[in-house]
Write a new protein. Structure first.
Length: 280
């Protein structure tokens, strides 16, 4: 074998070394992914059972090997069912690492021009007003993903965006205030929507359910979420699982312009927005 070397009676090639390193890295990443969850114990139990199966098979215990072999034959399917949440999280991490979602525009026509021309001022004014009154709010902006599944979980509105309407929706006495508002194509698509709550153990305990829901949505989609805390009145923006907290009106405008609009439109839009905030 070219480029091989011997360790005792074993003859090992460089391909074998790379193979072992890749498998080690894969198992380490799986361990990091499953650490702190019940799935880790299930995974360790499954691996222990598999090692036991290899031992009894090598020992020639035919009856026990046959019984365990039937279980192992459906092991892959059982693993997919048991670890569906972890598998999805792992694939999302891989997707974020390759950055295909943000760099590759295979279907550029799916993002309509209406989103780029959307006026963010009503959201900023409404957020500042709700923050002053410590009224909680959760507003999700759809990007490439239309968030239809989450919009269908609430009440469809398809309304024009305005500060008064947003304040009415998130008023504590409104039947629509408990949940998220979804913005698509520059319009309020739905209200009272249910968002997935993040299971990330690294989320600080100081963040409430609204922030966890915002993080959860941005972990599984490319959406941008505006959060107003009911406890502290702080304004935050969440994208890609990252939270930008305690934003002023000017900071909020800059973040929304940065995250929602195309790169070539950001500098001019941000400068104009900041000037408008100063004037206000």
């Amino acid at each position: 074998m070219i480029g091989s070397f011997s360790i005792g009676f074993l003859r090992i090639g460089w391909i074998d070394v790379v193979d072992v390193l890749l498998v080690t890295t894969l198992f380490y990443q799986l361990y990091k992914l499953l650490t702190g969850s019940v799935a880790l114990k299930v995974f360790l139990g499954f691996m222990s059972l598999y090692l036991f199966y290899l031992v009894v098979k090598a020992a020639g215990m035919e009856l026990l090997t046959s019984i365990l072999g039937q279980f192992m034959s459906v092991g892959v399917l059982a693993g997919i069912i048991l670890f569906q949440q972890e598998i999805r999280r792992f694939l999302l991490n891989v997707g974020k690492a390759t950055s295909f979602g943000s760099r590759l525009r295979v279907f550029p026509w799916r993002r309509e021009a209406g989103t780029d021309r959307m006026n963010v001022t009503p959201f900023i004014e409404a957020a500042k007003s709700m923050a002053g009154k410590e009224t909680g709010a959760l507003i999700a902006f759809s990007m490439a993903s239309d968030l239809k599944f989450f919009a269908d979980s609430g009440d469809l509105l398809d309304s024009t965006v305005s500060k008064r309407l947003l304040l009415s929706i998130f008023n504590k006495t409104s039947p629509l205030h408990d949940g998220a508002v979804i913005i698509a194509n520059g319009r309020i698509k739905a209200a009272r929507c249910i968002l997935p709550v993040s299971e990330n153990p690294d989320v600080p305990a100081s963040m409430g359910l609204r922030h966890r829901a915002a993080i959860g949505l941005t972990e599984v989609t490319d959406a941008v979420v505006l959060v107003v805390s009911e406890e502290t009145g702080q304004i935050s923006v969440v994208r890609g699982g990252e939270v930008f907290r305690n934003l002023s009106g000017a900071d909020l405008r800059a973040r929304l312009n940065e995250f929602l609009f195309d790169a070539d439109a950001r500098p001019a839009a941000t400068a104009a927005a900041t000037a408008a905030d100063v004037a206000a």
